[in-house]
Design a binder for this molecule. Structure first.
Ligand SMILES: [Zn+2]
Length: 304
């Protein structure tokens, strides 16, 4: 696999790295070379020489090493023909994606220069991103970037998309945990997202632990994860976690299927739009069966 760093990223990474106190010698040498280049009158030649200087300094400071070590951890990434590494300005813009390039399957990794020069940060932020790439390349996961969502409204599609993204992150975190690479803060954040997206019940914590520790997600395809995101109840029953078994004081919500202890207080007073929506999706549902608060909230949005 060819790893190609974008010139802007190399330049900014060199600048940042040379600010570190233990690199004063290298910094002096670099700035002296830079000064000499300003004497060049031919602008084109000067620009080219600056670029060569950055490439040289980037190599000398071994700034590509931490990323190379991380790439080596994940053998399936060797299927990539090329990895383009590009600079972005914000942490939220960082990420990895695949596309078909001239040299076969190509990946684009976007990261901030500060991330590249801080090995701990690089590992923490980019390891999960590269694991996403690994799943995309794994034939067993059957990744399809054009996968069609099954939702009927945009609110429902957003929920399915968010749940799918969470389940994929969970799959990766569980895999990293097996290799001893999971971190406490990211585990905590995943639990919070799980609670928010799948429902608040006294049993959610147990459900989360069973799904996570059981490592069931590793055997699943992208389509399975979308199916679970769409119909969590069916998935939980499949795992033997549904129909209230093992959950004290909770029962599955007839609408989303997730075990819940927090119920909508007046299901018979749902708005007309919400009732209509439920009738088309779940003709067998009646207000006496109730629904969880999470579903009531979602329906309020959907029926607006
Ligand atoms: Zn529900």
């Amino acid at each position: 696999m060819d790893v190609c760093f974008d010139p802007r990223l190399m330049e900014e990474a060199v600048f940042l790295a040379l600010r570190e106190p233990h690199r004063q010698c290298e910094a002096r040498r670099y700035h002296a070379s830079r000064e000499r280049l300003y004497a060049l009158e031919d602008m084109e030649k000067r620009e080219r020489s600056f670029q060569e200087l950055h490439v040289h300094a980037f190599g000398e400071l071994k700034l590509e090493h931490p990323l190379a070590a991380l790439l080596n951890e994940i053998p399936v990434l060797r299927r990539l023909g090329r990895l383009n590494v590009q600079a972005v300005g914000l942490h939220k813009e960082e990420g990895a994606d695949l596309y078909d390039g001239a040299q076969g399957v190509t990946a684009l990794l976007k990261l901030c220069p500060e991330t590249l020069v801080a090995p701990d940060k690089l590992v923490r932020r980019m390891r999960p991103e590269l694991e996403h790439l690994a799943d995309m390349l794994d034939p067993g996961f059957q990744y399809d970037p054009q996968y069609e969502l099954a939702g009927q409204t945009s609110a429902q599609e957003n929920l399915i998309r968010d749940r799918f993204a969470l389940l994929w992150d969970l799959r990766i975190e569980a895999r990293l945990a097996v290799r001893g690479h999971a971190t406490e803060p990211s585990h905590f954040r995943l639990r919070q997202r799980f609670e928010k997206l799948f429902g608040r019940s006294s049993a959610w914590s147990e459900t989360f632990a069973r799904i996570f520790d059981g490592n069931d997600l590793q055997r699943r395809t992208q389509g399975d994860l979308f199916h679970f995101a769409h119909e969590p109840g069916a998935w939980l029953r499949n795992l033997g976690l549904g129909d209230g078994a093992g959950f004290s004081n909770s029962r599955p919500c007839p609408v989303c299927g997730f075990p819940s202890t927090v119920w909508a207080p007046n299901p018979e007073r749902l708005s007309h739009g919400a009732q209509e929506y439920l009738r088309t999706r779940l003709p067998q549902w009646s207000p006496e069966q109730g629904l969880c608060e999470q579903c009531e909230e979602m329906l309020t949005v959907v029926a607006r």
